[in-house]
Design a protein around this ligand. Structure first.
Ligand code: BGC
Length: 456
């Protein structure tokens, strides 16, 4: 009866995932712009670090406010708010007349990054047919990686003239595209039912689902889910919900403590320490990091709904642990004295990026958007996503100190060990949610099944 639902679903997924693109652009742009900003304002190291971490700090704040916004105004309108902040923030940061103004504007921009990282996966999980839910949420991650890559490339290109204002200001264009695209999207059916607008929810589902049975089934499931438990803050006193909460927080810690953003923020620095002396070599290495990050995400998109979340995560963490241990070893063996070791180090770093991007990168976001019951989904995702940003800030703010105090080898050994630890956490506690409806997951959780069994 309904035609073109597939096209509609992919259009929705692609457009909402543009929020990820902005996230990636804003995170990625600063590594290339920073040296010029530092020089222009004659800023010391501390101030430069603040330019980087102010965005992350803003993202924590943005995430904390997103639960309220997305419940009160809906997921779609909340993404629109983030697009407006992205656009205004891009223009203002390109016009900054002092380092303090730039830092303040980046806190503001961070609000958008936080809101987008909260709302886009939530919206996607609520729009997606369950068969391809993992794939659609992974598209969001793909956009993050494309954003980071584009930022690395545009930085490299603009770096010849030192045009840092253009680097920052140009991001107004994708922000406007996000705004216009999201304007055309339907509202989330789950949210519509949550606020009592069932008929509108049905109209939306008619565009996204293949059959009437599927639509009726989904509406029933959502309504049942709503009746199951108390909402809002009261949900925190539910012990089953708290289990999911702890899992979500642990998963996001496990994503950030893989050490991924060490590579995203400091790749040129790592290549320099590995003996790649020229800026050109370091920039090329960095662009390669960005490229591998994008391409490996396709592996996750292809596999996540086929082989499941858990096996891919386990393989990914094992590979990350191995590649970081090898990288540490290369540094331990006095890398600068040997070309062979240098290239082994580069290979290990790229293998690490590959392993992250095919596993923890997308799949942690997928799981965190699946494990919470509807009434507590905002609270749950608020906690898990803010954990992501807090740990991101911690890693970003301590990496250089770790390298200087402990040395590269020890630092990478530590990250390798973290990956081993999280491998066991996932083995023991992560559920497999492939192909199971969000409502079924919710029912299992709330009926007291062990957390690693809620996808069965
Ligand atoms: C992480 C980000 C990271 C990005 C790299 C995301 O899943 O949350 O912190 O920068 O992947 O692609």
């Amino acid at each position: 009866m309904i035609k073109n639902t597939k096209i509609m679903v992919y259009f929705v997924a692609f457009t909402a995932a543009l929020a990820g693109l902005l996230f990636g652009l804003d995170v990625g742009v600063i590594s290339g712009a920073l040296p010029f900003i530092g020089k222009y304002f004659n800023a010391h190291d501390q101030a430069c670090q603040w330019v980087v971490s102010s965005l992350l700090f803003g993202a924590v704040l943005g995430t904390l406010g997103s639960g309220y916004l997305s419940r009160k105004f809906g997921r779609k309108n909340t993404i629109l708010v983030s697009a407006v902040i992205f656009a205004i923030g891009a223009v203002l940061s390109s016009l900054a007349t002092s380092i303090t103004i730039l830092i303040t504007v980046r806190i503001f921009l961070g609000l958008a990054v936080g809101i987008a990282s909260f709302t886009a996966p939530l919206y996607l999980s609520e729009m997606a047919p369950k068969r391809i839910r993992g794939r659609l949420i992974s598209m969001y991650q793909l956009m993050i990686t494309v954003g980071i890559l584009l930022a690395f490339m545009s930085d490299t290109w603009l770096s010849y003239g030192g045009h840092w204002r253009v680097m920052l200001g140009i991001l107004v264009i994708p922000a406007m595209i996000l705004f216009l695209g999201v304007m055309m999207l339907p509202k989330s059916p789950r949210w519509l039912i949550l606020v009592g607008r069932k008929e509108e929810a049905r109209t939306v589902l008619e565009k996204l689902r293949e059959s009437n049975e599927e639509i009726n089934g989904e509406i029933n499931d959502i309504e049942e889910g709503l009746n199951l438990e108390q909402g809002g803050k009261a949900i925190l006193s539910n012990r089953y919900f708290r289990k999911a909460l702890i899992l979500g927080v642990a998963l996001q810690m496990g994503q950030q403590f893989t050490g991924i953003n060490v590579a995203m923020y400091y790749a040129p620095e790592i290549f320099k320490d590995a003996g790649f002396a020229t800026t050109a070599e370091q920039m090329w290495g960095t662009v390669m990091v960005g490229l591998v990050n994008v391409f490996a995400t396709f592996v996750a998109i292809a596999w996540v709904d086929k082989f499941g979340r858990k096996p891919i995560l386990l393989i990914g963490y094992a590979m990350m642990a191995g590649s970081l241990a090898t990288l540490g070893l290369m540094f331990h063996l006095e890398i600068k004295d040997s070309n062979v070791l240098q290239f082994c180090a580069m290979g290990s770093l790229l293998l690490f990026i590959f392993s992250f991007a095919m596993s923890a990168g997308p799949i942690i976001w997928v799981l965190c958007s699946e494990i919470f019951p509807l009434k507590g989904r905002e609270v749950g995702i608020t906690f898990s996503t803010s954990t992501n940003w807090i740990c991101n800030t911690i890693v970003g703010a301590t990496f250089l100190t770790m390298i200087h105090k402990l040395g590269d080898a020890q630092t990478f050994f530590i990250f390798s060990t973290m990956n081993v630890i999280f491998l066991f956490v996932i083995l023991r506690f992560a559920p497999e949610t492939k192909g199971v409806s969000l409502e079924k997951i919710e029912e299992n959780l709330m009926s007291g099944k062990p957390i690693n069994q809620i996808g069965k």
